[in-house]
Write a protein of this length. Structure first.
Length: 285
């Protein structure tokens, strides 16, 4: 007999970026349990860790799927208001993330006014890039830090674009050109003037007077880089000038250049410059 429950022993952490709610759940031992996992929004669920058993998404509590992906990194996309259940015969522990998308954001990614009707439920499938982005959002939700809004909004925007390509019946919004020159100049000047501040992708999109998914595609078309990569590269360049021209402590430079802390600055330097701030300063002297 399958028990249908709405509340089981769990921990839950939530965050919201670009009007998209991200929930990370941790469950303890479960046996013969089915839990409703539908939502009022189009939702993506990603299994992050299964210990001593398996969780399976189902349309009906007692009816398993005839053909589905069996890997531990399975995904399920659940339509707005759709009926679905997470079932386990037995599991010792389970961690998952649920991402509830803003309908307007998905609509912008698809190029339609409202996208909810174009996303039918699809349970237990594999998509490595989407799973990786969901995993990174979950990590940011569980371990928040200063300055991560830019990163998380970028992930949400990219994830919306990927979700829009999963089989929606609406034509995807194309973006053959980039931003209009005057809008691009406005954005680039703003970024340069606010490298030390918390920059939100949603704010940049509003300044450009376009949607978040459209902005991310158009910005890449205009600059050859995603907004997050571009901003981090400009921060690294600014920090490099301060390393070479001043004697400020590394922690101070990290702060004035918009990095979360000295460790975050070092990580960005390794990725973008192939070097570390401390080594650059030593080589100067």
């Amino acid at each position: 007999m399958v028990r249908i429950v709405t509340d089981v022993h769990q921990s839950r952490i939530t965050s919201t970026w670009a009007n998209t709610e991200v929930e990370v759940f941790e469950y303890g031992e479960l046996q013969d349990v089915a839990r409703p996992i539908g939502s009022r929004r189009v939702s993506l669920r990603a299994a992050l860790r299964e210990t001593g058993g398996r969780i399976e998404a189902r349309y009906k509590p007692s009816q398993s799927l005839a053909d589905c992906y069996r890997g531990s990194d399975h995904l399920s996309l659940i339509e707005q208001g759709g009926e679905a259940y997470g079932y386990t015969r037995f599991i010792r522990g389970f961690r998952c993330v649920a991402i509830h998308f803003d309908d307007a954001l998905l609509g912008e990614a698809c190029g339609v006014a409202s996208a909810a009707a174009n996303f039918p439920s699809r349970l237990m499938f594999e998509n490595k890039p989407i799973w990786a982005m969901a995993d990174r959002l979950a990590l940011a939700c569980v371990t928040p830090r200063n300055g991560q809004q830019l990163y998380c909004e970028s992930l949400v925007g990219m994830l919306a674009v990927e979700i829009a390509g999963l089989g929606t019946t609406a034509p995807l919004l194309s973006c053959k050109g980039g931003l209009a020159p005057f809008r691009l100049r406005r954005i680039l000047d703003y970024i340069e003037d606010h490298l030390g501040d918390s920059i939100a992708i949603t704010e940049l999109a509003a300044m450009a007077e376009v949607s978040l998914p459209h902005f991310m595609r158009a910005f890449r078309a205009s600059t050859g880089e995603a907004p997050l990569r571009f901003i981090m590269r400009r921060r690294v360049a600014h920090a490099t000038r301060l390393l070479l021209e001043t004697s400020r402590p590394l922690a101070t430079i990290a702060n004035v250049c918009g990095f979360a802390d000295r460790s975050h600055m070092t990580t960005c330097f390794r990725r973008i410059a192939g070097n570390t701030p401390a080594r650059i300063r030593r080589e100067r002297s």
